[in-house]
Design a protein. Structure first.
Length: 259
């Protein structure tokens, strides 16, 4: 089943972010761990398009959908990651229906969007299309995932209208940026932050779309799932390695301490 066919279902779709380890084995490592997807981050990692192009192949080689968080809302960023083979995009700080429509125009082929046409390359797995182009475009539109990040108050207020749009699949709460934009950095229990999250979750429930969020721990992820988030990222590659290594070293030092 395509990942996009699971949009809006209550089951937890669990993955993680790749900020550092865009290595040949990363796709199989994530798949063996049970991830449903991987997010390759361009916004904060410094990854360029060549690195992302390779990382997409690593994930797809393991049968794992590759979502790319693009560094901006610019057409050349969004359309390019689609053309190098991404299964979907996560777009930061989307705050209005107009911005959401711009994203759709970059990701989706006509008549749903205005994506430029190049055929037989990475996004087609290097297989030239067979049959009518409209059928080819429809197949791409059906499988490509569009995630919009809710990272400011305007985005939360527009969540209902954006979730209602055909082709918008997931509203992903960027919790740190959202709290900063509201003037309450890191205050995730503050009424303003809680209201923004509730607006986002209500919009997703109403329109049958998914809600996503990142959390560092299993306990936090489980709590977010109970709250209504169904796309969950259990941390990121750097944090997971540091946490596991640190816990192991602390435990080992205790066992190796002189008696």
């Amino acid at each position: 089943m395509l990942l996009r066919q699971r949009i809006g279902t209550p089951e937890a779709k669990i993955g993680t972010f790749i900020f550092e380890f865009a290595t040949p084995g990363i796709g199989h490592i994530l798949a063996a761990a049970g991830c449903a997807y991987g997010v390759i981050d361009m916004e904060h990692s410094g990854f360029g398009f060549d690195t992302v192009r390779a990382a997409i192949r690593y994930l797809q080689g393991a049968g794992l959908p590759a979502i790319v968080r693009v560094p901006s809302k610019q057409r050349e960023d969004i359309s390019r990651v689609m053309d190098i083979g991404a299964d979907g995009v996560m777009v930061p700080v989307v705050s209005s229906v107009e911005q959401a429509q711009h994203v759709l125009n970059c990701v989706k082929y006509a008549p749903q969007g205005q994506r430029g046409v190049a055929m037989g390359f990475a996004h087609d797995r290097f297989v030239p299309p067979a049959g009518p182009l409209d059928r080819h475009f429809a197949a791409h539109n059906e499988r490509t995932i569009v995630m919009l990040q809710i990272e400011d108050g305007r985005g939360a207020e527009a969540a209902d209208a954006m979730a209602a749009m055909d082709g918008i699949d997931c509203l992903w709460v960027g919790h740190f940026d959202l709290s900063v934009s509201l003037g309450i950095p890191g205050q995730f229990e503050h009424p303003q932050f809680v209201r923004a999250v509730e607006l986002t979750l209500a919009a997703c429930r109403k329109h049958g779309k998914s809600a996503g969020r990142l959390a560092a721990t299993v306990e936090d992820c489980a709590a977010l799932h109970r709250q209504g988030f169904d796309f969950l990222s259990i941390g990121h590659d750097v944090g997971l390695l540091q946490t596991a290594l640190s816990e192991s070293i602390v435990a080992l030092r205790k066992r190796c301490a002189p008696t």
